[in-house]
Design a protein around this ligand. Structure first.
Ligand SMILES: *Cc1c(COP(=O)(O)O)cnc(C)c1O
Length: 389
């Protein structure tokens, strides 16, 4: 008889079935959209467990259970946006907590930390974990480390297990924003993180039609605190958004495989361009993040950044010239997007600070979709020619 512990379902299966069961009344295969704000009680205070929809909604709970299984967590707590999820996590901390955060973090996260939570007495340090000793980067008084890896837009890779070990040693919690990699390619809880967050707006939902966020954990105390904040502060997603996101998650594994396949072809094309001075893609052997990425990630999605030689105006012309790639903020949808961080997503970072961070004016960020890769490359090729004129 085999002593092996039974193997759990593969993540491709969990995308479709994780935490799901058929609706008990009708057997509906897909959980219905429970579009209700309240639930009938047969006797005052005698109810089904569902009293009020800020606190409980079955559609939202189906999404929470599903994504929790993907990240290897026991609980998911869904929110109305990625930033609402981040906000809720920070609200679980004590008032004067110190938070250490990567220096190349999502702009909205930086704004929330520095413009909202600093005002209420929390302190933040923004560090490059690749450029200093980890004990120095994370002092003993730290309550939470916020790790975004790979980062946006430079796609820097930080060592999750190394940061987790330091956090364990000093009793700090580690939160990882896993929006870019998704659990298909990176599972931070298995590497020692305490909580994982997503902007489900991006790859999780994947169709550019919902704003949403979620936090996943296997830590009961973190779950209880997040669940309390979800209900107490109330930034819950509506049932339609939860349903659409759950529907999107079903194809996550398929989509990520195709995003990655297409991105590899685009990276190869970019690397051969005379006017591209640098390509940022951690699963490319020339990238400085390659060693850590290949250790902690099993693949990479469709995010690529590159430095285009020449003026800011040239980069603007490039972005305005594509026909298959749409010039727009956001990422992770089935359609290809491109953007210019200097004037779009990162325009709020002062110019000197942008340059100090290595964010050049000619840096272009691509979110490679799942279209035909030949069409994508032909589109970039004609934009390259157009931008030279
Ligand atoms: C978009 C994004 C967020 C914020 O999510 P919203 O859903 O827009 O609130 C946070 N982190 C990363 C990495 C993102 O890309």
């Amino acid at each position: 008889m085999s002593e092996e512990t039974p193997r759990g379902p593969h993540i491709d299966t969990l995308c479709i079935h994780g935490g799901q069961h058929h609706e008990p009344v009708t057997g509906a295969v897909m959980p219905p959209v429970f579009q209700t704000s309240t639930y009938a009680q047969e006797w005052p205070a005698k109810h089904t467990g569902y009293e009020y929809a800020r606190t409980h909604n079955p559609t939202r709970e189906a999404l929470e259970r599903c994504v929790a299984t993907l990240e290897g967590g026991t609980h998911g707590v869904a929110f109305g946006s990625g930033l609402a999820a981040t906000n809720a996590l920070l609200q679980t901390l004590p008032g004067r907590a110190h938070v250490v955060c990567g220096d190349d973090v999502y702009g909205g996260t930086f704004r929330l930390f520095t413009k909202v939570f600093e005002k209420h007495g929390m302190t933040f340090s923004f560090v490059d974990f690749t450029a200093m000793a980890i004990e120095e980067a994370i002092p003993e008084r730290t309550a939470l480390v916020w790790l975004e890896t790979p980062t946006n837009p430079l796609l820097k890779v930080f060592d999750i297990a190394a940061v987790a070990a330091r956090c364990k040693a000093i009793g700090a919690k580690l939160a990882v924003d896993n929006t870019f990699a998704t659990p298909i390619f990176q599972r931070p809880l298995a590497l020692g993180a305490d909580v994982v967050l997503h902007s489900t707006t991006k790859y999780m939902n994947g169709h550019s039609d919902v704003i949403g966020g979620i936090a996943l954990t296997a830590d009961e105390a973190i779950h209880t605190a997040l669940r309390f904040t979800q209900n107490a502060a109330g930034a819950v997603p509506g049932p339609w958004d939860a349903w659409l996101t759950l529907r999107g998650v079903k194809t996550l594994a398929l989509r990520m495989a195709r995003h990655q396949e297409n991105a590899k072809q685009v990276v190869a094309w970019l690397a051969a361009q005379a006017d591209v001075s640098r390509v940022y893609y951690p699963m490319h052997a020339a990238d400085p993040g390659y060693a850590i990425a290949s250790r902690q990630m099993s693949g990479f999605g469709g995010m690529i950044s590159f430095d285009l030689e020449g003026s800011l105006q040239r980069a603007e012309t490039f972005c305005a010239s594509t026909k298959v790639f749409t010039c727009a903020e956001s990422l992770g949808g089935v359609e290809s997007l491109l953007e210019l961080p200097a004037t779009m997503t990162h325009a709020s970072v002062p110019a000197e600070q942008r340059r100090a961070r290595g964010l050049a004016d000619g840096l272009i960020r691509l979110s490679v979709g799942i279209e035909d890769p030949g069409d994508l490359i032909a589109d970039l090729d004609q934009a390259m020619t157009a931008s030279k004129a």
